[in-house]
Design a protein around this ligand. Structure first.
Ligand code: NAD
Length: 324
């Protein structure tokens, strides 16, 4: 099968959606992930689906063979509970980032997209729930999220220097909390929107209307719907600027407000129990989208309440099935 684009990490949440979108656009896609096929979030029969370890140079070389474009989404990651307790594992993704860049260069890839993260921003700018939205230049002087954020920032810099020194066209987006259906919803790697959807679904199904919330619920975040993320990804990949840009919603909510929204969708109200010793991450974080709007014409288009409806429905379905 001849393919023109590689999605690295195609068995993951964002990768699975991206493969589907690229196929819809008539592209021929190779989707590669280290997980066995039966653990992929989505398997698209029209793609060439390969299980391989891209942290190994051999795996990265085979995966990149014959493709013009690479979307590099492979990383060992999860929500705050995972990244705060698995810093070394998160940093080991640097092997994947490095070998994928080396392979792309060696195989003559034309364009290379790297999925960075809002975790590259210094914690010192995120200590207040009434945050000033983070703009791209705030990443320096550098003091990212320990472990995961350092790996992301380092890999961003490698993209910059592979372009400057070797002429590989690289594009970088800093994703802010992407959510949607087909994401991780249990097991410890899930992020806040899926975790809240799962807890409310469990409450709705069991009739025990209680929910555990990590922290005091006053911490703030913005959450970006998968469709907005994919549209931003394509614009950044094919745009003329190699500057890292935020791909994030600017609709700031507290975690309590996130719970309010999901409760309303589910039609229940829960007693809230706050776990103050849980992993919390920064106090507040929002995305400044001025640069991506200027460079790529992208703005987020989905209100959180609308985006969460479909996510809740999907998670509710999964919870119900898991209970037999
Ligand atoms: P995900 O965990 O669902 O997908 C990542 C995939 O990469 C997984 O399926 C995993 O098995 C695969 N992978 C890990 N190591 C690999 C290796 N050595 N070889 C091959 N595959 C490997 O995560 P996601 O939410 O889809 O995120 C995709 C990318 O976007 C990641 O790089 C992540 O850091 C970044 N990102 C995501 C978010 C978010 O909110 N989801 C936010 C910021 C950045």
């Amino acid at each position: 099968m001849s393919v023109d684009v590689l999605v690295a990490g195609g068995g993951g949440f964002i990768g699975g959606h991206l493969v589907s979108r690229l196929i819809d656009r008539g592209r021929t896609v190779r989707s590669v992930d280290v997980k066995p096929l039966d653990e992929w979030h989505q398997v698209h029969p029209d793609a060439e689906n390969v299980t391989a370890d891209l942290s190994l140079l051999d795996g990265a070389m085979s995966a990149s063979q014959g493709v013009g474009e690479v979307y590099m989404l492979a990383a060992d990651m999860g929500g705050m509970g995972f990244i705060e307790n698995n810093k070394a594992a998160c940093m080991l993704s640097v092997l994947t980032s490095t070998h994928m860049l080396q392979a792309a260069r060696a195989q003559g890839v034309e364009r290379y997209f790297y999925s960075s993260s809002a975790c590259v921003y210094p914690a010192g700018l995120q200590e207040d729930s009434r945050v000033t939205a983070l703009k791209e230049s705030d990443a320096y002087p550098a003091m990212p999220e320990d472990g995961y954020g350092w790996e992301k920032l380092f890999s961003e810099r490698m993209c910059r220097h592979f372009e400057e020194d070797f002429g590989l066209v690289t594009r970088v987006a800093r994703y802010h909390n992407i959510y949607g259906p087909h994401g991780t919803w249990n097991g410890g790697r899930e992020k806040a929107p899926a975790a809240v959807c799962r807890k409310i679904a469990e409450a709705a199904i069991s009739g025990q209307h209680e929910i555990e919330i990590w922290g005091d619920g006053q911490q703030t975040r913005s959450f970006t719907r998968i469709e907005d993320c994919l549209r931003g990804t394509e614009l950044v990949m094919h745009g003329s600027s190699g500057e890292p840009v935020n791909v994030g919603s600017s609709e700031l909510v507290t975690i309590n407000q996130l719970v309010d929204i999901v409760e309303e969708i589910a039609g229940i109200t829960c007693d809230r129990h706050y776990r103050l010793d849980a992993p919390l991450g920064v106090r507040g974080r929002n995305s400044d989208n001025a640069l991506i709007e200027e460079l790529h014409g992208w703005t987020p288009s989905t209100a959180l309440a609308d985006g969460l409806e479909v996510t809740y429905a999907r998670v509710h379905d999964r919870v119900k099935r898991s209970r037999g």
